[in-house]
Design a binder for this molecule. Structure first.
Ligand code: CMX
Length: 437
């Protein structure tokens, strides 16, 4: 069977040709206009980035190389004995556009397990950090430090041909994906379970099976399956979101994948992006405390209004692009519905009931363009139910996941020879001058 690299080698020429055609034959085609509101409105809606692995439709949600989430759940190989999509099969699809066989998926799992060990100096660095330093800061620091091992950086210094960039980038990306969960588990242990031993990597387990094991939840198959699904579904959400876009921007300077992804992690750490799942849980627990056991639609509605009237956003609702309930939210809720322990869990019931009331309240409030739940409305609450109650750690799990999509695009940016990203900016005075013309 073909390896991941061999498969990529086969698909790259056709994509290079497609890019050449777009550039030479359609370079002057117009796909949209730029309005002042785009420039001052966070570039929302501006069609200005190339990102091949996934496209986000405002109504349907995300598709990975044309595959919807339910499609992926049908065709992508799970872990042995499991049912959910795993990181390896999602990564293969994102990178190559092809659905891997079970054998290819297992080989990739083994390769990742073999490459997972952290260099000793990174272990020492992480172990020396204070437990009071946010786990996301620690993760970003650890990932940046891994760049001492960068094959791309070393090859660039040696002076390699542009056509060879992608192979070194791929090597770095695979090494980073292999090491991220090990680094993330080490941070978890140091901060929340100090003094407990970190289990060694099991070469027969998939990436997330090992991650769950190293976190200390390997005996909980339901949680392990949930983490597999969570990490596969959070892997990519097209290019414009802050973390993916950051990796792309930094990578466009030919900074290596470790530095590019480290920067992306710090974008993910913001409360309007990856930190939202932590915020949702905090908010749902505060709601639970206030309304007690009497969970009615009316009580939830009052709490929602209280949040909005105090000038806060309702965490887990709204989206920069989506205009419908997030299919990732739906997939995670379905996961809960198939498991009685989760279905009957007070926190999940509260999430479900909130999602029945919040859209109407947000519509009446009249500000958000999307009154529906996004994936964060439920993702952290499931972890909480399973006893992984350390909120501050939730974004780290997201950070382990987002590497799948962001690093895929770095490989392709090098394979396609994409240029430095450098948009034009204007001052307000210069914009006013432009309007006069
Ligand atoms: N509750 C209350 N008000 C909201 C809201 C919400 N959930 N979502 C948007 N709004 C408000 C905005 O704050 C904005 O108000 P102002 O005009 O006063 O600034 C207005 O509605 C219009 O915003 P929008 O165009 O609908 O949304 P944006 O594209 O600007 O922002 C997002 C998108 C996600 C940042 C926003 O909906 C939000 O803050 N949601 C809550 C946080 C959250 O769940 N984030 C996770 C997103 C998913 C992810 O990236 O992982």
């Amino acid at each position: 069977t073909k390896s991941l690299k061999e498969t990529l080698q086969e698909v790259i020429p056709a994509k290079q040709e497609q890019l050449r055609r777009l550039k030479t034959e359609h370079g002057q085609a117009v796909v949209g206009e730029v309005k002042i509101e785009n420039i001052i409105g966070g570039m929302r809606g501006l069609k200005a980035m190339l990102w091949d692995a996934s496209v986000l439709d405002p109504i349907e949600g995300i598709r990975f190389h044309g595959h919807s989430i339910p499609d992926c759940q049908k065709v992508l190989p799970p872990a042995p004995g499991g049912k959910e999509i795993i990181a390896e099969s999602m990564l293969w699809l994102l990178l190559t556009g092809q659905v891997p066989t079970t054998e290819q998926t297992r080989e990739l799992s083994r390769e990742l397990a073999e490459k997972g060990e952290l260099p000793e100096f990174v272990e020492t660095l992480i172990d020396s950090l204070p437990a009071t330093l946010h786990p996301m800061t620690q993760l970003g620091m650890g990932v940046a430090a891994l760049n001492r091992e960068s094959s791309f950086q070393a090859a660039y210094e040696r002076g390699i041909k542009k056509s060879e960039y992608w192979t070194h980038t791929l090597e770095d990306c695979i090494n980073l994906i292999a090491r991220l969960p090990v680094l993330a588990a080490r941070i978890y242990r140091n901060v929340y379970r100090p003094g407990t031993p970190l289990p060694a990597i099991n070469k027969d387990l998939d990436l997330v099976g090992n991650y769950s094991n190293q976190l200390g939840y390997g005996d909980n198959q339901s949680l392990t399956e949930y983490l597999r699904l969570y990490i596969a579904l959070h892997g990519d959400h097209e290019g414009g979101n802050a973390s993916a876009h950051t990796a792309h921007l930094v990578g466009s300077t030919l900074s290596d994948p470790y530095l590019s992804y480290s920067a992306a992690l710090f974008a993910l750490a913001g409360p309007l992006h990856g930190l939202a799942n932590q915020e949702v849980l905090r908010w749902q627990l505060a709601m639970q405390k206030e309304i007690g056991d009497n969970i009615t639609h009316e009580n939830i509605k009052d709490y929602l209004w209280k949040t909005l009237k105090s000038g806060q956003v309702v965490p887990g609702y709204g989206h920069g692009v989506l205009r419908n309930p997030d299919p990732r939210f739906i997939a995670l809720q379905e996961f809960c519905n198939t498991r009685p322990d989760l279905k009957n869990s007070p926190i999940i019931q509260l999430v479900t009931k909130t999602s029945e009331v919040a859209p109407d309240v947000l519509k009446e409030h009249g500000k958000t363009k999307n009154p529906y739940p996004n994936v964060d409305a439920t993702s952290g609450c499931v972890l909480y139910h399973y006893g992984l109650t350390e909120f501050k750690y939730y974004t780290v799990i997201f950070g382990v996941s987002r590497a799948l999509g962001a690093l895929t695009q770095l490989v392709w940016a090098r394979a396609l020879g994409l240029p430095l990203e450098r948009p034009k900016s204007y001052s307000m005075d210069a914009l006013e001058e432009l309007i006069k013309k």
